[in-house]
Every structure is written in C-alpha cells, then in structure tokens.
Design a protein around this ligand. Structure first.
Ligand SMILES: Nc1ncnc2c1ncn2[C@@H]1O[C@H](COP(=O)(O)OP(=O)(O)OP(=O)(O)O)[C@@H](O)[C@H]1O
Ligand SMILES: [Mg+2]
Length: 317
C-alpha cells in the first residue's frame, strides 16, 4: 500500500517545444526551428511534479501508451519523486503529445490526446483511495472517460473521507459539458481561472459568474494571472496580490504551480489566505524559469530563490 497523501488524477503527455522558428508554418512549405526541447507536458503532471518538489507525498493516476513517449513520461515523473504505481501502460496505444510552436510571447499548440481519453473511474484506485488524504483532478475536458465519470469519482472520494480539488482547465471544444450544480458540492476547492469561470457559467462578469456557482460552492480559488488570486468560502472573500517577479521567463504552468502551492498549504490545514498566498508564490516562482517544472528542480535552490527574489523563508522539509 502506498503511503502517498496526495493523489493526482489526470492526463499525461510530452511537450515537444520548437523555439526560434523562422516563419509561420505554411501548408506545402518547410521552415526551420533553431531550438527544440522535449519535456514533461500536461497540467496534471506539472501539478504533481511540483507538489512532490515541495515535499508533498504525491502519487499519480493516469495512462500512457507502450511507446517511447510513455517511457519518457514515467521516467520524468519518477525522477521528480512522484509515485507512478497507478499509471497504466496501454498496449498498442500511443501516449499524448503536444507540439508547441513558440513565437516570442505566444505559442501555437497542436495536441494529439492519444490514450488520455481512455482513463475511467475503474482505473482509479478507489479501493485503496482511503490511504490518500486528498484527490486533485485536472484537465477534465481532455479526458472524455473521466469527464463522464466525474460525479461518481468525486462522490467516492468524499465517501472514503478524502478532501478534493478540481481544476477543469480550458475546454478545447468549448462545450463546457460539466454539470457544476451536481458536481461542485463534492469539490472542496474549485480552482478555475477567470476565463474558464466565465465560459463555464456563460456569465458576463466574474461577479455574476461567482453568484451563479455560489449555491454549490465550498471553496473557490480563482486564478487571476498577474492580478494574483481570490478566495471565496461562505461569507469569507479574500484577494491576494501576485508576487511581482523580476526574473520573468515564461508563464507556462503557472496555474499548475499555483495549484501545487495552494493544495500543499490546504492539506496542512492553512487558512484560505495562507493557501492563496502560497499558491501565488509558487505561480510566481514558476515564471522564473522555462516551462512548468524548470523552477522546481532542487529544493535547496528553490528556497534560496524565494529568499533572494521576495525575502521570504519557506520551510520545505
Ligand atoms: N507574470 C506573473 N507574475 C507573477 N505571478 C504570476 C504571473 N503569472 C501568474 N502568476 C501567479 O500564478 C497564478 C496562476 O497563474 P494564472 O492565473 O495564469 O493561472 P492559469 O490561467 O490557470 O494558468 P495555466 O495556463 O498555467 O493553466 C496567479 O494567480 C498568480 O499568482
Ligand atoms: Mg489553468
């Protein structure tokens, strides 16, 4: 039996990142990229890897194909101390891949979901789930199997005494087929960004979007990019400003790192404000190095950077 305390259920893929591309891709032509990197992709994996980097015992439940990219994902997660016992390898299937074409500030992405859609409630270790304290679900619209089972997954987790968090992420199909009235009562912490909350509710403003979901809500942790984050729990409403960065590289994965910081504090029993502050801090840390996990490699270095950039002591054991 695993002694992990955080269980992350989600999608897995590699990011194939092309930088310094000479021209925009055109059908029938060829262009050159000066730089290429292959790294661990997927929001859920970044959240899990960074939680483990912050000292949280973390296990991942997901699926890869029996191919080179699947082996790569497993190797990367293991190297970041994420327990991979609940990652299944599907024979004859392909691991997901995102081709990221990076142009200065912006990126054009093409995602091949591969085996992401195949994960269902039956793959989640629900029998052993009571050995975990917290379940984090992410990227629901990229995982058709999980999207269909989500209410049952959440109910089961609550039944065995776990706390739960959910980051839906963007819906590429823009259908937003998530029944928030039924599901949110089983979500302890709902973690969208502003654009996702507006799209989900169809509301014209963040205020009315919050009013729409409020009857079903436990805690809302709303991510607002450079404006920081806002928390709502019952009558309590707290806004926490972002940590200004002097060392900005890119914001890839900032939301996932926010989730890792927030949930670490939440699992330790922190106040809503403390959870938001640690989320913001890890979101800001994320922006100081390339990609979603670059800033979270070494715990000693992480603490030193937080001290150097923001004068804060972070006690990571
Ligand atoms: N440029 C920045 N400088 C400082 N902090 C930032 C910056 N960008 C993001 N953050 C911090 O990270 C948190 C999460 O980022 P963001 O709001 O972009 O999440 P998201 O939209 O879910 O991102 P993602 O695209 O990674 O899913 C913010 O609430 C903020 O505290
Ligand atoms: Mg996000």
């Amino acid at each position: 039996m695993s002694n992990a305390k955080l269980l992350v259920v989600g999608e897995l893929n590699v990011d194939l990142i092309l930088n310094e591309i000479h021209a925009f891709p055109t059908v029938g032509k060829e262009t050159i990229a000066e730089e290429m990197n292959i790294c661990l992709g997927s929001s859920s994996a970044i959240m899990a890897a960074n939680s483990a980097a912050l000292g949280v015992d973390t296990a991942f439940c997901g699926m890869v194909g029996d191919d080179y990219f699947g082996e790569f994902v497993l190797r990367e997660l293991r190297s970041k101390s994420v327990d991979c016992a609940h990652i299944k390898t599907r024979k004859g299937q392909k691991t997901g891949c995102t081709l990221v074409m990076s142009y200065e500030q912006d990126r054009a992405n093409v995602t091949f979901p591969g085996v992401m859609n195949a994960l269902t409630i039956h793959d989640i270790p629900l029998g052993q789930i009571d050995s975990y304290q917290h379940l984090h679900l992410s990227s629901v619209f990229l995982q058709e199997g999980i999207r269909q089972d989500i209410e049952q997954v959440l109910i089961k987790a609550k039944t065995v005494g776990m706390t739960t968090s959910l980051d839906l992420q963007w819906d590429p199909a823009e259908q937003w087929a998530f029944d928030y009235a039924r599901c949110l009562p089983y979500v302890d912490v709902f973690m969208p960004n502003e654009a996702e909350l507006l799209a989900l509710t169809g509301a014209g403003s963040v205020g009315s979007a919050i009013e729409t979901i409020q009857p079903y809500l436990n805690t809302l942790a709303l991510k607002m990019g450079r404006n920081g984050s806002m928390g709502i729990r019952g009558d309590e409403q707290v806004a926490v400003p972002a940590f200004e960065g002097t060392q900005f590289v890119d914001a890839i994965g900032a939301g996932d790192s926010f989730n890792a910081g927030f949930i670490r504090k939440y699992m330790a029993g922190g106040s809503l404000e403390d959870c938001l502050r640690e989320g913001n801090l890890m979101g800001a840390v994320n922006t100081t190095a390339a990609g979603g996990t670059g800033a979270f490699c070494d715990r000693q270095k992480l603490s030193e950077n937080i001290q150097a950039f923001w004068g804060l002591e972070l006690n990571l054991i």
